[in-house]
Design a protein around this ligand. Structure first.
Ligand code: FES
Length: 282
């Protein structure tokens, strides 16, 4: 029997992303598509919010990008190591019933979140076109898992080195112009990608749900860190979301807020990585 919060499986997906499955059966039993957890790799580490990519047999699977000090710390842990703690499931589940034909757009790490959402929509009886975008062939992840989670998978790369050459919004537009009628779009990924996915969906009068990924601290509506403006009102992504009607989200404000700690994160990252060897310092 694994220990509480033990990393039972770890998989390197590409040079920037890793996947871990952590033993937390009480969270796995309640998790639904679109929900997330907050974990700490050790008692002094920062709290990292991560969407639940899968939950099965008492394990919570999450995917993270080694982007800042916290995720670099997390990546130091291996199978058999234990996290300090994990809280969840947090946030409202994504509503998955009764849309018809749905396009789910995932961008980069957003594909890890798009995967359970697509799976939930597909299992609920919708026809799901999963449009997954990456920078290049080297960054492409989760092909088998995504194929199994949707009706049809369309993989895109910015440089054309794998699949469709272009952005996920280009692929969405191409499909719409070729006569595909979508009843709903879901967009999950970096804020600018979700902004442009919303604008594309709006152009064709298709409702668009997006999954907000702002900075978070407590994840329970107490700190206000994750606030976003939706339809002129302040909402907290951790308890009111993470899904919101893309038409109503103030993306420009959200993008500016997400950059607040960029300089600090860049500095921390530099401190963490040895310039000579490229190794991560503990
Ligand atoms: S993370 Fe603190 S209110 Fe949402």
């Amino acid at each position: 029997m694994p220990k509480k919060f033990e990393i039972v499986h770890k998989r390197v997906l590409n040079p920037e992303m890793s996947q871990i499955s952590v033993y937390a059966p009480w969270i796995a039993a309640k998790a639904k598509p679109g929900q997330f957890i907050i974990l700490r790799s050790n008692e002094n580490a920062e709290r990292i919010p991560l969407t639940i990519s899968n939950h099965d047999q008492g394990l919570i699977t999450v995917i993270f990008q080694k982007a800042g000090a916290g995720t670099l710390d997390l990546d130091q842990l291996n199978e058999g190591d234990c996290l300090a703690d994990m809280a969840g499931p947090l946030g409202k589940p994504t509503p998955v019933e009764g849309y018809g034909r749905v396009a789910v757009l995932g961008g980069g790490l957003g594909c890890a979140i798009a995967l359970p959402v697509a799976r939930g929509l597909h299992q609920a009886g919708n026809r799901v076109d999963l449009i997954a975008g990456f920078r290049n062939a080297e960054r492409v992840i989760l092909q088998d898992e995504m194929k199994a989670a949707c009706t049809e998978l369309h993989t895109c790369t910015d440089d054309g080195s794998f699949g469709f050459h272009g952005f996920v919004t280009n692929k969405l537009e191409e499909m719409i112009q070729s006569g595909v009628k979508f009843d709903q779009v879901f967009a999950i990924g970096p804020m600018p990608m979700m902004k442009f996915a919303t604008l594309t969906a709006k152009k064709y009068k298709i409702p668009c749900m997006i999954s907000m990924c702002p900075l978070m601290i407590d994840g329970t509506g107490m700190c206000g860190c994750c606030r976003v403006t939706v339809d002129g009102e302040i909402k907290f992504a951790c308890v009111d979301g993470p899904d919101f009607d893309g038409y109503k989200v103030d993306f420009d404000e959200a993008i500016a807020r997400n950059r607040t700690y960029k300089e600090f994160e860049d500095k921390k990252r530099e401190e963490h990585i040895c310039r000579l060897t490229g190794e991560v310092r503990k």
